[in-house]
Design a protein around this ligand. Sequence first.
Ligand SMILES: *Cc1c(COP(=O)(O)O)cnc(C)c1O
Length: 358
Amino acid sequence: MLNIRIERTANPKQKPAPGQPLGFGKIFTDHMFVMNYTEGQGWHDARIVPYGKIELEPSAMVFHYGQTMFEGLKAYKGVDGRAYLFRPDMNAKRANASNTRLCIPHIPEEDFVQAIKAVVKVDEDWIPSDPGTSLYVRPFIIATDEFLGVAPSKTYLFIVILSPSGAYYASGLNPVGIWIEDEYVRAVRGGIGFAKTGGNYAASLIAQVKAHDEGFSQVLWLDGVERKYIEEVGAMNIFFKINGKIVTPMLSGSILPGITRNSVITLCKDWGYEVEERRISVDELIEAQKSGALEEVFGTGTAAVISPVGKLRYVDDVMVIGDGGIGPVSQKLYDTVTGIQSGAVKDPYGNWHVCVED
Ligand SMILES: *Cc1c(COP(=O)(O)O)cnc(C)c1O
């Protein structure tokens, strides 16, 4: 249990007006959560302070060797007017999985969740209420030792910032075009692919730029060894509906274990679908598309929740999925998950829709 000191801002900012387009990750609230780690002392000085600049020396280790991790989740205004999170315990667990891989000290799961609840509660009036909008929560840790040697840092900062964000699809759920990347790779087994850390994104930018130049909105990565098996999309896991079955790449160490992915697998099983977590080759996909067995393709992630895929490009082929529109399973998953998040649909599991006041 953290003892959190709260220092409220003397100069609250103007909040975005209802109806104002928010975009993603551009507006920040009045406060942030900050906590320090010092070797020998552990995590200390938990505090909520006015959102603002942090001062670091140019020698701070995070700038040089990338010892850092992040998480991402959203807060929603429930139908009862209170603030809710979606499965924050899963973010706390995954944060520590990333921490282990990156030699960053663990944060007890209950402290991680407590920090998020506390700062969201302080800034709960910033949670937007237009349909599809939410307050994006970004916890992250950076290595702060002033040292140019390659070693785990002995000091860290854990910070949680909040950003009111617009509906991912301004004009409703929209199918995206995806570029299957056949040159660059994102991660390999044994590497850091399963950790939520900046380095994975730095490695992905070049392919993202290429895909955008070619008119595709996201990159789908193949495995780093054979460049043959499907891994995941930029910041989303990927699902296929093939001959009535729901198929998704298994977690092999190079794929980010998405909380939306986990939620979709749980829901699909409970709806009676056969769900397979296994290796899927790009050749199998092409075959399935040719024979008409490939019924739906969708990405899953916190930002878009469910992102239907209308077309997939691989080398010289562009596969159109179904009629290029939104499949019924994609639509039902989107409606159910966003419904549980907002409280409009009753949480079937009891611990997915979590009030920040509990
Ligand atoms: C965060 C992330 C995802 C999606 O995870 P969710 O918990 O569902 O938001 C998928 N892939 C990558 C690379 C990510 O960073």
